[in-house]
Design a protein around this ligand. Sequence first.
Ligand SMILES: NC(=O)c1ccc[n+]([C@@H]2O[C@H](COP(=O)([O-])OP(=O)(O)OC[C@H]3O[C@@H](n4cnc5c(N)ncnc54)[C@H](OP(=O)(O)O)[C@@H]3O)[C@@H](O)[C@H]2O)c1
Length: 407
Amino acid sequence: MSVVPFVRPEAPIRPSQKSITLLGATGSIGTSTIDLLCAERDRFRIEAVTAQRNAQALAKVARNLNAKFAVVADPDRYRELNDALAGTGIEAAAGAQAIVEAAQRPADWVMASITGAAGLRPTLTAVERGATVALANKECLVCAGALFMKRAATTAATVLPVDSEHNAIFQALSAGRRDDVSRIVLTASGGPFRTASLAEMRAATVEQALAHPNWSMGAKVTIDSATMMNKGLELIEAHHLFGFGSEKIDIVVHPQSIVHGIVEYRDGSMIAQLGPPDMRVPIANCLAWPERMPGAARLDFKQMANLTFEPPDPVRFPALVLAREALVAQNGAPTVLNAANEVAVHAFIGGELGFAGIAALVEATMENAGKRGIMREPVDVDDAIAVDHSARALAQSLLPGIAGMTI
Ligand SMILES: NC(=O)c1ccc[n+]([C@@H]2O[C@H](COP(=O)([O-])OP(=O)(O)OC[C@H]3O[C@@H](n4cnc5c(N)ncnc54)[C@H](OP(=O)(O)O)[C@@H]3O)[C@@H](O)[C@H]2O)c1
């Protein structure tokens, strides 16, 4: 019997360089992306890089990558950035509008890795011009997911998921037809408090919450992992990216962070993506897509001797429950959830709120937002930002009361 070799059609190799813009170039995701870009310098040309306030780090990145344009969001940092780039020919700018201008510039591929709802307008700007957007900034989709995906469909922008769980689902979905998917499963590490008691969690310090067992990430997403709000935001993100309802998206705690996501098909097959807990793996997938590029990290089978899975605990991690409720409720509830969470995490890091207060403040803001008529499905980006601002103001006003109860 002759054996027919398995031949997979190859995507065409792009002859030209890919031009790149990094929104949030100085952060954890930005730095991991730069690591990959530096390893394949000839393949990429850098159009623009941005940061919030970290002018020195941004100037270093811009010089290293030979970017054309560098922007700090904080106008007070303009002089520092401009001075640090003197004589390089790299154009410097500052302010929120200049970040939008960076996104508008003609780069083929844009990394959206600004933290929080602040990333919405620049990321949507890149979507509006039909760019390929590697989306790390999940808050964008939580805050304005329906209109974001609608604009992406209209402009034919390509949205590639950077979050490791969503990138895993994105890869596993290529194994079958959408209609044959029975559910998708996002894994969660469980964070630093996976096995902690309620009393221990109530007394948790910022340092303890920032000590993630597997991932090295920016402060906001690390605290979100400790409350498991991160998984809640990812649940909403997955709904918008892949179009499945809440009932088809499951969450399972997998402390080793090796299996990132699973697609279950109706014949019972489960297609999973595995990889080391290193964001350079999903970023490389997005950077080279639809091709592949050499990765920066590999899995060792010794790391896989003991892979375990357990259900999340809704009592110790109420943020996850709130996020699912917001997803089901829609009508602006995810926008309010996200805004309140940003205020709560900021207050926790600043010592104004206890750890248990984070979910409590989000819950109180959602309840009150409904009563005060703040909640509505955003119709456009200005409306999403208006709902976000009203919810932040409400959360801020509720903060002293919640802090008094939970600190
Ligand atoms: N880190 C991870 O492993 C990971 C994994 C999955 C998804 N994500 C998501 O990716 C996004 C970025 O996370 P990260 O961990 O890389 O965060 P990070 O380390 O805090 O970096 C955030 C970046 O955005 C910039 N920035 C922050 N606020 C801004 C604002 N208001 N306007 C303009 N720029 C602003 C920061 O500039 P400065 O340096 O000047 O502050 C920095 O460049 C988040 O949405 C997060 O949920 C992260």
